[in-house]
Design a protein around this ligand. Sequence first.
Ligand SMILES: [Zn+2]
Length: 432
Amino acid sequence: MAPVRPLPLPPSPVNFALETDQSSNREGFCLRSDQAKQKPKSSQRNLRRRRGGRKKKMKAPDTMSSDDELDLFALLEYPLAGCRGDQFRGLYATTDIKKGTRVIDEVPLFTLPEPGDVMEHVLDAFFGLSDEQKDMFMELPPGWPPMLVNMVHFIDPQLKVMEDLIAKGDEISEYEEEILIRLGNTVEPLMIEWRIGARYFTHRFSLVHNSIDPTIDEPGDDQVTGIFPTAARLRHSCIPNCNGFYDTKTKRFRVQAVRDIAAHEELCMSVLGSQIWYHNADARADLLRQYCDQCNCIACDPAHLHRTSQDVTRSDIHNRVLPIQDFLQSLHSTSGYKFYNFAEAEASILELIRLLKVAGCADAELIRWRLALILEIYPCMKGKWIQCLAQAQQALETAVACLGADHHYVSFLESKIVYIKQRAKFDRQRRR
Ligand SMILES: [Zn+2]
């Protein structure tokens, strides 16, 4: 099952012990805390050489998210024994939040065009930020991105030599001091690159939008990844209470409460998009591992009673979705089914929607399947306009809650409802 929404890369740091133990020197050693804001001269030289003078288009941020959001949540340490520090923080509701509330509406610190993972582009974007924006970026806890492993293997042995030389204090010889300076000149720019990369590759979000339905016009965007410092603090859950998405029209990352959230509850979203609904806990753990993330929600925690029932439901969803997808694809293929059984397809999709709701889904995935009924199934069945209208109204309600009343899906569904009402009225009149 392909993800229907942009696949945000994991906002939460994992592998905490590894990161904390092994990165501490790269984080603090040798450099003053504000030095990463300055591009080191040697680094500038190296970058210019590697870039060959070519300038890549970057988007500059304007303003940050509104202050109103701060009243809804706070960045707090999560209540796990022994978890202290910035790596162990999440966003917690400070007040009751109603379903459909927009909790985050954030412009990016910066975005990158394709391919979105070139370190030189990341550094260019970072050094183009104001000091305040650089602080916001550096406040994000560093992760352990696999793409920086080679850099770590290069930096760490040199850091060890430097540490040993510094430990000699006044007994250091002139020759050793020279080595120390030389190593510092090599290692310093790499450490700065690591500190920036360890945050960027851990917290970036994909901006690539997968349409929920091919008939809906989607505004495009030439940027493929971006950093959103507030949304980056949201941790993953497989039963999320928030829906996060990049709005290509407004170029903002938006997070909506998909159900009522009580004060003190943690705000969570899926970093795997809609994939969470189609895989059992082991498969989700494999997917999250690719992003160095992990999940302890009630659908993943082996000690939790709900894990087994969640696994059964999501396996059932997975098995049911495949024939439905085949059927829908066959409607658009010339060598499709010989005899279409729309009544069976309707029943299958309705059951799929029911199961998604049982699993805890309250997001755009429900809209996707209701749209399949509205656009593909009911128009091919006689006397189903009333059912079609009911599905469209429920899809609209979900869209307003999980995407916001100003989202283009809402206006699309509103216009569909007007059309369906006309068809339903016409049908009723014809039957009299
Ligand atoms: Zn989970």
